[in-house]
Design a binder for this molecule. Structure first.
Ligand SMILES: O=C(O)c1cccc(C(=O)CC[C@H]2O[C@@H](n3cnc4c(=O)[nH]cnc43)[C@H](O)[C@@H]2O)c1
Length: 217
Protein backbone atom coordinates (compact mmCIF):
# COMPACT_ATOMS: atom_id res chain seq x y z
CA UNK A 1 0.00 0.00 0.00
CA UNK A 2 1.04 3.62 -0.47
CA UNK A 3 1.82 5.17 2.89
CA UNK A 4 2.41 8.82 3.82
CA UNK A 5 4.10 9.41 7.18
CA UNK A 6 3.71 12.97 8.50
CA UNK A 7 6.11 14.28 11.15
CA UNK A 8 6.56 17.77 12.56
CA UNK A 9 10.31 18.26 12.07
CA UNK A 10 13.08 16.84 9.89
CA UNK A 11 14.81 14.99 12.76
CA UNK A 12 11.63 12.90 13.16
CA UNK A 13 11.30 12.46 9.38
CA UNK A 14 14.91 11.25 9.17
CA UNK A 15 14.34 8.72 11.96
CA UNK A 16 11.31 7.32 10.12
CA UNK A 17 13.12 7.19 6.76
CA UNK A 18 16.19 5.56 8.35
CA UNK A 19 13.90 2.84 9.74
CA UNK A 20 11.84 2.32 6.61
CA UNK A 21 12.52 3.63 3.11
CA UNK A 22 9.38 2.30 1.42
CA UNK A 23 7.09 5.07 2.68
CA UNK A 24 6.87 8.75 1.78
CA UNK A 25 7.76 11.02 4.68
CA UNK A 26 6.74 14.66 5.05
CA UNK A 27 7.91 17.06 7.76
CA UNK A 28 4.90 19.38 7.78
CA UNK A 29 5.67 21.59 10.76
CA UNK A 30 4.76 21.82 14.44
CA UNK A 31 1.15 21.99 15.59
CA UNK A 32 -2.23 20.85 14.30
CA UNK A 33 -2.71 23.58 11.69
CA UNK A 34 0.63 22.96 9.96
CA UNK A 35 0.01 19.22 10.16
CA UNK A 36 -3.46 19.49 8.64
CA UNK A 37 -2.51 21.82 5.80
CA UNK A 38 0.65 19.90 4.91
CA UNK A 39 -1.15 16.56 4.97
CA UNK A 40 -4.11 17.82 2.96
CA UNK A 41 -1.81 19.25 0.30
CA UNK A 42 0.20 16.02 0.01
CA UNK A 43 -2.95 13.88 -0.20
CA UNK A 44 -4.52 16.14 -2.83
CA UNK A 45 -1.37 16.23 -4.97
CA UNK A 46 -1.03 12.44 -4.84
CA UNK A 47 -4.66 11.98 -5.74
CA UNK A 48 -4.42 14.43 -8.64
CA UNK A 49 -1.43 12.46 -9.94
CA UNK A 50 -3.51 9.25 -9.78
CA UNK A 51 -1.18 7.84 -7.10
CA UNK A 52 -3.39 8.24 -4.03
CA UNK A 53 -2.23 7.21 -0.58
CA UNK A 54 -3.87 4.25 1.18
CA UNK A 55 -2.79 5.21 4.70
CA UNK A 56 -1.53 8.29 6.56
CA UNK A 57 0.57 7.95 9.73
CA UNK A 58 1.15 10.84 12.14
CA UNK A 59 4.49 10.08 13.80
CA UNK A 60 7.04 11.73 16.04
CA UNK A 61 8.05 12.33 19.60
CA UNK A 62 5.56 13.09 22.33
CA UNK A 63 4.95 13.45 26.02
CA UNK A 64 3.98 10.32 27.96
CA UNK A 65 1.41 10.21 30.77
CA UNK A 66 2.98 8.45 33.74
CA UNK A 67 3.11 5.60 34.55
CA UNK A 68 1.39 4.43 31.34
CA UNK A 69 4.08 5.49 28.87
CA UNK A 70 7.64 5.85 30.19
CA UNK A 71 10.29 7.89 28.40
CA UNK A 72 11.63 5.81 25.49
CA UNK A 73 8.44 3.81 25.04
CA UNK A 74 6.20 3.78 21.97
CA UNK A 75 2.48 4.59 21.91
CA UNK A 76 0.08 3.61 19.11
CA UNK A 77 -3.19 5.57 19.16
CA UNK A 78 -6.53 3.79 19.42
CA UNK A 79 -8.08 7.26 19.42
CA UNK A 80 -6.69 10.60 18.22
CA UNK A 81 -8.22 13.26 20.44
CA UNK A 82 -8.26 17.07 20.10
CA UNK A 83 -7.92 17.72 23.82
CA UNK A 84 -8.16 21.52 23.79
CA UNK A 85 -10.71 22.10 20.99
CA UNK A 86 -13.72 23.44 22.78
CA UNK A 87 -14.95 26.09 25.18
CA UNK A 88 -14.05 26.94 28.74
CA UNK A 89 -17.21 27.35 30.82
CA UNK A 90 -17.87 27.97 34.53
CA UNK A 91 -18.56 24.22 34.76
CA UNK A 92 -15.29 23.35 33.04
CA UNK A 93 -14.09 22.52 29.53
CA UNK A 94 -16.71 21.51 26.94
CA UNK A 95 -15.46 19.87 23.72
CA UNK A 96 -16.80 21.23 20.41
CA UNK A 97 -18.76 18.08 19.60
CA UNK A 98 -20.70 18.46 22.86
CA UNK A 99 -21.37 22.07 21.83
CA UNK A 100 -23.05 20.71 18.72
CA UNK A 101 -20.47 21.18 15.99
CA UNK A 102 -17.27 19.64 14.71
CA UNK A 103 -15.55 16.58 16.12
CA UNK A 104 -12.80 15.94 18.64
CA UNK A 105 -11.98 12.27 18.09
CA UNK A 106 -10.76 10.21 15.15
CA UNK A 107 -10.51 6.44 15.43
CA UNK A 108 -7.70 4.61 13.62
CA UNK A 109 -8.65 1.21 12.17
CA UNK A 110 -8.86 -0.96 15.29
CA UNK A 111 -7.37 -4.26 14.16
CA UNK A 112 -4.27 -2.85 12.41
CA UNK A 113 -3.62 -0.41 15.27
CA UNK A 114 -3.79 -3.23 17.82
CA UNK A 115 -1.61 -5.50 15.66
CA UNK A 116 1.02 -2.76 15.20
CA UNK A 117 1.05 -2.02 18.92
CA UNK A 118 1.64 -5.72 19.61
CA UNK A 119 4.42 -5.90 17.02
CA UNK A 120 6.18 -2.88 18.53
CA UNK A 121 5.56 -3.71 22.18
CA UNK A 122 3.81 -0.35 22.29
CA UNK A 123 1.05 0.96 24.51
CA UNK A 124 -2.30 1.02 22.66
CA UNK A 125 -4.22 4.00 24.02
CA UNK A 126 -5.63 7.42 23.15
CA UNK A 127 -3.12 10.07 22.09
CA UNK A 128 -4.11 13.67 22.80
CA UNK A 129 -3.42 16.55 20.42
CA UNK A 130 -2.74 19.85 22.20
CA UNK A 131 -1.72 23.28 20.92
CA UNK A 132 0.32 24.00 24.05
CA UNK A 133 2.80 21.52 25.57
CA UNK A 134 1.57 20.66 29.06
CA UNK A 135 3.86 22.20 31.66
CA UNK A 136 2.14 22.05 35.04
CA UNK A 137 0.75 19.49 37.47
CA UNK A 138 -2.69 21.14 37.37
CA UNK A 139 -2.98 20.91 33.59
CA UNK A 140 -1.75 17.30 33.69
CA UNK A 141 -4.40 16.46 36.28
CA UNK A 142 -7.11 18.16 34.22
CA UNK A 143 -6.19 16.23 31.07
CA UNK A 144 -5.92 12.95 32.99
CA UNK A 145 -9.35 13.51 34.56
CA UNK A 146 -10.92 14.14 31.15
CA UNK A 147 -8.98 11.38 29.37
CA UNK A 148 -8.06 8.72 31.94
CA UNK A 149 -6.87 6.21 29.31
CA UNK A 150 -4.64 8.67 27.44
CA UNK A 151 -1.02 7.53 27.27
CA UNK A 152 0.55 10.41 25.33
CA UNK A 153 0.14 13.96 24.11
CA UNK A 154 1.62 15.63 21.05
CA UNK A 155 0.71 18.52 18.77
CA UNK A 156 -0.09 17.14 15.31
CA UNK A 157 -2.15 13.94 15.32
CA UNK A 158 -5.60 15.48 15.16
CA UNK A 159 -4.58 17.80 12.31
CA UNK A 160 -3.24 14.88 10.29
CA UNK A 161 -6.39 12.89 11.08
CA UNK A 162 -8.72 15.72 9.97
CA UNK A 163 -6.95 15.92 6.59
CA UNK A 164 -6.99 12.14 6.20
CA UNK A 165 -10.70 11.98 7.02
CA UNK A 166 -11.46 14.71 4.46
CA UNK A 167 -9.82 12.49 1.84
CA UNK A 168 -11.34 9.22 3.20
CA UNK A 169 -7.89 7.78 3.97
CA UNK A 170 -7.34 5.75 7.17
CA UNK A 171 -5.00 7.25 9.77
CA UNK A 172 -2.66 5.96 12.48
CA UNK A 173 -0.64 7.84 15.09
CA UNK A 174 2.63 6.49 16.52
CA UNK A 175 4.51 8.42 19.21
CA UNK A 176 7.91 7.81 20.80
CA UNK A 177 7.96 9.26 24.30
CA UNK A 178 10.64 11.93 24.81
CA UNK A 179 9.39 13.36 28.11
CA UNK A 180 6.88 12.83 30.85
CA UNK A 181 3.75 14.99 30.71
CA UNK A 182 3.95 17.18 33.78
CA UNK A 183 5.63 20.23 35.26
CA UNK A 184 8.02 21.69 32.69
CA UNK A 185 11.53 20.24 33.06
CA UNK A 186 13.38 20.77 29.81
CA UNK A 187 16.51 19.04 31.17
CA UNK A 188 14.53 15.79 31.48
CA UNK A 189 13.58 15.62 27.78
CA UNK A 190 15.27 12.65 26.07
CA UNK A 191 14.85 13.49 22.40
CA UNK A 192 17.73 11.30 21.11
CA UNK A 193 16.47 8.07 22.70
CA UNK A 194 12.93 8.89 21.54
CA UNK A 195 14.14 9.31 17.95
CA UNK A 196 15.97 5.97 18.30
CA UNK A 197 12.71 4.36 19.47
CA UNK A 198 10.88 5.91 16.50
CA UNK A 199 13.53 4.54 14.10
CA UNK A 200 13.29 1.09 15.70
CA UNK A 201 9.52 1.18 15.50
CA UNK A 202 9.44 1.92 11.78
CA UNK A 203 12.10 -0.76 11.14
CA UNK A 204 9.58 -3.30 12.42
CA UNK A 205 6.75 -2.04 10.24
CA UNK A 206 7.84 -2.88 6.69
CA UNK A 207 5.79 -6.14 6.51
CA UNK A 208 2.70 -4.28 7.70
CA UNK A 209 3.02 -1.55 5.10
CA UNK A 210 3.65 -4.10 2.33
CA UNK A 211 0.11 -5.40 2.86
CA UNK A 212 -2.73 -4.61 0.48
CA UNK A 213 -4.75 -1.53 1.44
CA UNK A 214 -6.90 -2.24 4.50
CA UNK A 215 -10.64 -2.59 4.06
CA UNK A 216 -11.94 -0.09 6.58
CA UNK A 217 -15.62 0.31 7.48
O1 LIG B 1 10.25 23.67 25.86
C1 LIG B 1 11.29 23.46 25.23
O2 LIG B 1 12.38 23.92 25.57
C2 LIG B 1 11.22 22.60 24.05
C3 LIG B 1 12.38 22.11 23.49
C4 LIG B 1 12.31 21.27 22.39
C5 LIG B 1 11.08 20.96 21.85
C6 LIG B 1 9.95 21.48 22.43
C7 LIG B 1 8.64 21.19 21.91
O3 LIG B 1 7.65 21.75 22.33
C8 LIG B 1 8.54 20.19 20.86
C9 LIG B 1 7.12 20.02 20.39
C10 LIG B 1 7.10 18.95 19.36
O4 LIG B 1 7.37 17.71 19.96
C11 LIG B 1 6.16 17.00 20.21
N1 LIG B 1 6.11 16.86 21.67
C12 LIG B 1 7.07 16.27 22.39
N2 LIG B 1 6.73 16.21 23.67
C13 LIG B 1 5.54 16.80 23.79
C14 LIG B 1 4.69 17.05 24.91
O5 LIG B 1 4.98 16.69 26.07
N3 LIG B 1 3.53 17.67 24.66
C15 LIG B 1 3.19 18.05 23.41
N4 LIG B 1 3.97 17.84 22.33
C16 LIG B 1 5.12 17.21 22.51
C17 LIG B 1 5.06 17.80 19.54
O6 LIG B 1 4.25 16.96 18.77
C18 LIG B 1 5.77 18.85 18.70
O7 LIG B 1 5.96 18.40 17.38
C19 LIG B 1 10.01 22.29 23.54
Amino acid sequence: MRVLVVTAVTAEADAVSDGLDTVDVLAAGVGPAAAASGTARALALASAASTPYDLVVSAGIGGGFQPLAPVGSLVVADAIVAADLGAETPEGFVPVDELGFGRTVHHPPAEPAARIAGLLGAVLAPVLTVSTVTGSASRTAELTARHPRAAAEAMEGFGVAEAAAACSVPVLEIRAVSNAVGPRDRSAWRIGPALDALRYGFQQLSPVFEESPWQTP
